[in-house]
Structure formats: C-alpha cells, structure tokens
Write a protein that binds this ligand. Structure first.
Ligand SMILES: Cc1cc2nc3c(=O)[nH]c(=O)nc-3n(C[C@H](O)[C@H](O)[C@H](O)COP(=O)(O)O)c2cc1C
Length: 146
C-alpha cells in the first residue's frame, strides 16, 4: 500500500494540485490532514509522501503549518513518511517552499519536488509519475531508502 498525505488551507491550492494528480487512478491512496484544529487527528499506517504548502511569510519557525507539525509529531505517523514535496510562492524569495527542507531534515526523508501555488501541468505530470514510480521501485521497508 502507498499513499499521499497532504495539507491545504482555505485557499485550496494544494487541494487542487492533488486533485489534478489523480493519485487514486494509479493505486495511491490520498489522505488529508484536517484544517480545523479541533478535528479528529489523522492516523496513517502505510508508506506515504507528504505534500505541504509553506506558511510563515519567511519565518522559518512558522514555515510548516501547525496542523502538519501535529501530524508529524505523532511517532506512529512519522514512522511511515518516505518523502516530502513542498509548495510555496517564489515571491517569498529564499523562503520559497521552505517547509520542504525543514521536514526533509527533521524526518530524514528526501525533498522530492517543489512547485508554486497550485502547480502547472508540468508539475502535475512530474509529481504524478514520480510518486507512482517511487512506490513501484521502493520497497516499503524504510531502511532501504536511506
Ligand atoms: C500568510 C501566508 C504566508 C506564506 N508564507 C510563505 C512562505 O514563507 N514561503 C512560500 O514559499 N510561500 C508562502 N506562502 C504561499 C503559500 O505557500 C501558497 O499560497 C500555497 O499555495 C498555499 O497552499 P494552500 O492554498 O493549499 O494552503 C504564504 C501564504 C500565506 C497566505
């Protein structure tokens, strides 16, 4: 089994990107980290790649949305992360998609891709194919990825 886990705020850019990728049609499950802080927490128990927009406006401490931190702070969720894809807006300069390297470092997984806002056709194609191939080629055992 393999999955994509994503977070998207009320502006829904990441939600639209993930929809365009149509992961279920290539056998990849999709889970959404809840936006509302009082929602039931998401629990994922299969290998996944996380897709995360960057917030914080350049403040590295706030680059990863709190909902995503909460999800990844649960060791049972963190155990299954295999890679990170980050989005943002290039107007933020050096802080562009900064959530990506932060999660990559903290969770010891590769930063696989970055895209802007809801992505363009090229991004959708690259991510869809990349995720599909990654899960075909990578055994589910975390140790083999490092
Ligand atoms: C308050 C705010 C702060 C943001 N800070 C950053 C940032 O530091 N770096 C970046 O690359 N993008 C930043 N962005 C852009 C978002 O990452 C981008 O709009 C993203 O597509 C939002 O995804 P979503 O609509 O799925 O939540 C920020 C956006 C907002 C509204």
């Amino acid at each position: 089994m393999s999955a994509v886990v994503y977070f998207s705020s009320a502006s829904r850019n990441t939600e639209r990107f993930v929809e365009h990728c149509d992961f279920p049609s290539c056998g990849v499950n999709v889970f959404r980290i809840p936006l509302q802080p009082n929602a039931a927490p998401l629990n994922v128990r299969e290998p996944y790649i996380i897709i995360v927009p960057t917030y914080g406006g350049g403040d590295a401490r706030k680059a990863v949305p709190p909902q995503v931190k909460r999800f990844l702070n649960d060791p049972a969720n963190r155990e299954w992360i295999r890679g990170v894809i980050a989005s943002g807006n290039t107007n933020f300069g050096e802080a562009y998609a900064a959530a990506g390297p932060i999660i990559s470092r903290k969770c010891h997984v590769p930063l696989m891709y970055r895209f802007e806002l809801m992505g363009i056709q090229e991004d959708v194609h690259a991510v869809r194919e990349g995720v599909r191939r990654f899960f075909i080629q990578s055994p589910t055992d975390r140790k083999t990825l490092q």
